[in-house]
Design a protein around this ligand. Structure first.
Ligand code: GLC
Length: 435
């Protein structure tokens, strides 16, 4: 489903006929606001789990399975929109209102610092410790703030290239390969069912930060220094990177409609056979292949997956993904923690891969060769995640990403030169982080 950029769409999905109406209705303890003591979380009963729109169809079956074996701690799934910025503003509003009904929430890797610094989510330490030893290190780091784990790594994300293997023999390794593969075959506009060359996510929202950062990193640039906050983006390397996207719009190897693309719109265009190459996350694999109940993709079975290209060889993904955290205001934190731990079990981690082609956080699943026949891209995805570059880690992330999006967008639209956009981005990041 496409989501408009207007007000956040919130849908309540009620699972199971016997499900308690909502977490208010259940009995239980008082919850615990412990942030430092490591004291055991308290409060048991029905609870709500809040997550972005379930494009992958995983939550109804997961909730039904949990509810069948936990009749006194049933979960209700609340779905938000499928757009990262809208999900964040919905969570911020509910935390600010101290809403006890947002018991367990999905935390995009870039929100950990803000939620932890504001004390909205409880640490998973001491008596509530989560064993992360079998998990990929990037997602564990992304769930950690100031040395403390505040969220349970759940689904990782690495950017990958979807390419039409019925149109190119070998996937492009470099940006020039992309441009050459498209020459004479694609159109600068996809209106009227024409095929464009390459698209990622270029609307003005979090996805643009991801795509701009990937282009900049691939060209040897960086957005911030290794301290995670000092801007270092006003460089020739960063300009080369951003220019891959800027020139794409100018020269037509990125179709002009892509300036409005978020993940869903780019996937819709790819599914309609309107893109030769698409940058997206692994969830798109199941949908583009018409994994039930998806249907309507015209490219099922006709595409392959490759690492993201860069100027001189493979580029680097931005680290994406979603973790699970327990709200400080929940009155059913013990149930929430039990649910979170259950979701980390190998059976559930395997399910998110096999059902929705999400990227599990358990390392062992990427080594399981029995999965390679159905998911041949797993080693590529593993490399993408292992080499992914985190976005800036700061409690002021919303202002930092705003600085990146606004200026990258102005450059893509030709309203600012690349140099000016990077200069302005540098200054705006500095004023956001105070670095
Ligand atoms: C995906 C990623 C997330 C990122 C978002 C941007 O959902 O997992 O980390 O922020 O896309 O649109």
């Amino acid at each position: 489903m496409r989501t408009s950029r207007g007000a956040a769409v919130a849908v309540i999905l009620t699972v199971g006929a016997t499900l308690a109406a909502c977490s208010n209705g259940s009995s239980g303890g008082t919850g615990s606001n412990n942030t430092n003591t490591g004291q055991k979380l308290a409060g048991s009963g029905a609870f709500t789990y809040v997550t972005g729109k379930d494009n992958s169809g995983i939550w109804a079956p997961l909730a039904a399975k949990w509810n069948a074996s936990h009749p006194t701690m049933k979960v209700t799934i609340k779905q938000q929109s499928d757009q990262a910025d809208q999900q964040l503003s919905d969570l911020e509003q509910h935390f600010q209102a101290k809403d006890a009904n947002y018991d367990v929430v999905t935390v995009d890797v870039i929100w950990t610092a803000e939620f932890a610094a504001k004390g909205w989510v409880v640490p998973l330490t001491g008596a509530n410790k989560l064993d992360t030893s079998k998990m990929l290190s990037g997602p564990v780091k992304a769930a950690t703030y100031a040395g403390t784990l505040y969220a349970a790594p759940w689904a990782s994300d690495g950017g990958i290239l979807f390419y039409r293997k019925d149109q190119v023999k070998t996937p492009p390794k470099t940006w020039n390969d992309i441009i050459n593969d498209c020459k004479g075959k694609t159109s600068p506009t996809i209106q009227g069912g024409k095929e464009g060359c390459y698209a990622g996510q270029f609307a003005k929202y979090e996805g643009l930060t991801v795509n701009a950062a990937e282009a900049i990193n691939a060209a040897g640039g960086q957005i911030v220094k290794s301290d995670g906050k000092t801007p270092n983006v006003d460089t020739p390397q960063a300009a080369n990177g951003l220019n891959f996207l800027v020139n794409g719009f100018k020269q037509g190897y990125i179709p002009k409609e892509a300036i409005g693309f978020q993940e869903t719109q780019s996937l819709n265009a790819f599914d309609a056979g309107q893109l030769m190459f698409m940058r997206n996350w692994p969830y798109a694999y199941a949908i583009a292949n018409n994994a039930p109940p998806n249907k309507g993709s015209k490219v099922a079975g006709k595409f392959g997956i490759a690492p993201l290209p860069g100027p001189n060889g493979h580029g680097a993904s931005s680290l994406g993904g979603h973790n699970l955290a327990i709200s400080k205001y929940s009155k059913h934190q013990a149930s929430g923690l039990a649910f979170v731990k259950w979701l980390e079990e190998p059976a559930q981690q395997r399910f998110i891969l096999t059902k929705g082609t999400l990227a599990p956080v358990l390392s062992s699943l990427y080594q399981d060769k029995s999965l390679y026949k159905q998911f041949p891209y797993l080693p590529t995805l593993y490399k993408s995640i292992q080499s992914a570059v985190p976005r800036p880690v700061t409690p002021f992330y919303p202002a930092v990403t705003e600085a990146i999006e606004t200026n990258a967008y102005a450059a893509l639209q030709g309203q600012k030169s690349t140099q000016q956009a990077l200069k302005d981005m540098q200054a705006a990041i500095k004023s956001a982080t105070g670095a």
